[in-house]
Design a protein around this ligand. Structure first.
Ligand code: BG6
Length: 478
C-alpha cells in the first residue's frame, strides 16, 4: 500500500484575527472581528458597533503572534512543518480598506513572517480574507453588499501578490465562503451589518442582500484568481469551503431529498461557482424560488468563468444528520448544527466526531471536481489541563487526528488527489465561534486564560511530539 506522496504538505493553520493581537499596532486599524466580544458555549459573541470599555474583545491581543512569530515559527519548524497556513489581516495593509496607498509597516510585518518561514523551508499558504474585512468598509459601504468593495479587495490582493510574489505560492481567497449561504448567514465573510443598533444577532435575514453580497464575493474571488495568473503563473489559488458533511437520519425518500437540497445549498453552491465558473442550475432555482433578484453586470459571467480556482480546499470538523421528521435530538457544529447521529460521539463543544465522514467527503469532492484537494482545517477543540509539571497529555487530540489521518490515507489509496493537510490549529489561538481561549486546538499550549491573564509562554504538548513523528515518517508512524 502506498502511504502519503513524497511531496505531501504536512502543516498547521491559523488566522490573523485569532492569533496576531496587536490590533492597532504599526498603522493597523480595526477589522470586523475586532468588534466581536468574548463569548462561550452558552453565551453568544456579540457584535458592538463601538468598542466598549467594559467588554473584552479577544482579537485585540489574541496570543500576540505579532510579537512572538519568530518563536512560534521555530516551534513549527521543530515539528517539521512543510507548510504553514495563515491569513493576512487586510486592515494591516489597507487600514480603512479604501485607502489609495498601502501601509508599509503592515507589509513589512508579513515580509518578516514569510522570511522566517523560508529560513526553515516552510511554505506559507495565505488566506486573503479570513473573516477580516476592514471595519471602515463595513460601516461606510455595508461590506460586500456594495459592488465598489470588489475593487478595494482587488487592489489589496494585487498589492500583496506583487509584494510577496517570490515568497508565497499558495493562496486561498475567502475562508469558509459558504457560510454566507446558510440560514443564519455570516457577518464576517460578507462584512454586512444591516441594523444600526448594537448587538446584532441575525443581521442577514434579508436574503436578497445576502446573496447579492455573495455574488460580489464570487467576483472578488475570481478577480483574485485572475490577478494571480498575471502576477506569477506559478501561483496556485484555492477556494475554501467549510464542508458540513450530512447524512439522512432515516431511509425515507423525503430525507434523501432534503439532504440533497441542503448539500447543494450549503456545501456545493459556492464550490461549483468557484471551481466551475458559473452558477449551477439548482442555485438558479433556489434564487428564483426565494424571489432573490441579483443585480448582475454584463461582464460578470466572463469574470466568473476566468476565475476558476486551481485546487479545492476545505475545513472538516464533524458531520450532522438531517431529517424531515420532527422531534429528534439536535447537535451543535461549526456554525451549523443538525440532527444528532446516534452512532457518533461528540466533543466537549457538542461537535460530532466522524473520521469516516472525512473519507466520504474526500471521495465526494474528488468525484465532483477532479482537481487537487487540500484539507486546510481539521482538529479537536478541547480543554487542556496542564499536569503538576505543566505538561499537557492530550491523547484525545492525538486520537482524533490519528483517526482522521488514517481515513486520508485510505482516500489517497483510492486515488484521491490530496495535496496536503494543515491541522487546526498550529498553536492555541482564540476560538472563532466562541471567542474563548479554553477551547484549544493547538500542538503548542499558550499560557493565557479567558480573562486575558497568563504569561503567553509557549509549551509543547504531547501531540507536538506525536505530530513531529508523523511528519518525519510521512504518515508511516501514526
Ligand atoms: C473554522 C474557522 O470555522 O473553524 C476557524 O475557519 C475556526 O477560524 C475553526 O477557528 C474552529 O472553530 P471554533 O469556533 O472552534 O474556533
Amino acid at each position: 500500500m502506498k502511504l502519503f506522496p513524497d511531496n505531501f504538505l504536512w502543516g498547521g493553520a491559523v488566522a490573523a484575527n485569532q492569533c496576531e493581537g496587536a490590533w492597532e499596532t504599526d498603522g493597523k486599524k480595526e477589522s470586523i472581528c475586532d468588534h466581536l466580544t468574548a463569548g462561550s458555549l452558552n453565551k453568544n459573541r456579540v457584535f458592538t458597533s463601538e468598542i466598549r470599555k467594559e467588554e473584552r474583545y479577544p482579537s485585540h491581543t489574541a496570543v500576540d503572534f505579532y510579537h512572538h512569530y519568530k518563536e512560534d515559527i521555530a516551534l513549527f519548524a521543530e515539528m517539521g512543518f512543510k507548510v504553514f497556513r495563515l491569513s493576512i489581516a487586510w486592515s494591516r495593509i489597507f487600514p480603512n480598506g479604501d485607502d489609495e496607498i498601502p501601509n508599509e509597516e503592515g507589509l513589512k510585518f508579513y515580509d518578516r513572517v514569510f522570511d522566517e518561514c523560508h529560513r526553515y523551508g516552510i511554505e506559507p499558504m495565505v488566506t486573503l480574507s479570513h473573516f477580516e474585512i476592514p471595519y471602515h468598509l463595513v460601516k461606510a459601504y455595508k461590506g460586500f453588499a456594495d459592488r465598489r468593495v470588489i475593487g478595494f479587495f482587488e487592489r489589496y490582493v494585487r498589492c500583496v501578490m506583487e509584494r510577496y510574489k517570490d515568497k508565497v505560492k499558495y493562496w486561498l481567497t475567502f475562508n469558509e465562503i459558504n457560510f454566507a449561504t446558510m440560514p443564519m448567514g455570516n457577518l464576517e465573510v460578507l462584512g454586512i451589518i444591516n441594523r444600526e443598533d448594537d448587538e446584532v444577532a441575525n443581521p442577514l435575514d434579508d436574503k436578497n442582500l445576502r446573496f447579492q453580497a455573495l455574488h460580489h464575493v464570487f467576483l472578488a474571488s475570481a478577480k483574485a484568481v485572475a490577478a494571480a495568473r498575471e502576477i506569477n503563473p506559478e501561483f496556485k489559488v484555492g477556494c475554501m469551503i467549510a464542508h458540513i458533511t450530512m447524512y439522512p437520519l432515516t431511509s425515507r425518500p423525503e430525507d434523501m431529498l432534503l439532504l440533497q437540497e441542503l448539500d447543494h445549498l450549503i456545501n456545493d453552491f459556492c464550490a461549483d461557482v468557484q471551481v466551475k465558473g458559473s452558477y449551477p442550475g439548482y442555485a438558479l432555482r433556489y434564487l428564483e424560488e426565494n424571489q432573490i433578484q441579483l443585480a448582475v453586470e454584463p461582464e460578470d459571467e466572463a469574470v466568473l468563468r476566468n476565475g476558476c480556482v486551481d485546487f479545492y480546499s476545505f475545513s472538516y470538523y464533524m458531520s450532522n444528520c438531517v431529517t424531515t421528521e420532527e422531534g429528534h435530538a439536535t447537535t451543535l457544529g461549526n456554525l451549523l448544527g443538525g440532527v444528532r447521529n446516534p452512532y457518533l460521539k461528540t466533543t466537549q463543544w457538542g461537535w460530532q466526531i466522524d473520521p469516516k465522514g472525512l473519507r466520504y467527503t474526500l471521495n465526494k469532492i474528488q468525484d465532483r471536481y477532479g482537481i487537487p484537494i487540500f484539507i486546510v482545517e481539521n482538529g479537536l477543540g478541547a480543554v487542556d489541563q496542564p499536569d503538576d509539571n505543566g505538561f499537557i497529555c492530550d491523547d484525545y487530540r492525538i486520537n482524533y487526528l490519528r483517526q482522521h489521518i488514517t481515513e486520508m490515507e485510505s482516500a489517497i489509496n483510492s486515488h484521491v488527489n490530496l495535496m496536503g493537510y494543515t491541522v487546526w490549529s498550529a498553536l492555541d489561538i482564540v476560538s472563532s465561534g466562541t471567542g474563548e481561549m479554553k477551547k484549544r486546538y493547538g500542538f503548542i499550549y499558550v499560557d493565557k486564560d479567558d480573562q486575558g491573564n497568563g504569561t503567553m509562554k509557549r509549551i509543547r504538548k504531547k501531540s507536538f511530539y506525536w505530530y513531529k513523528k508523523v511528519i518525519e515518517t510521512n504518515g508511516g508512524d501514526l
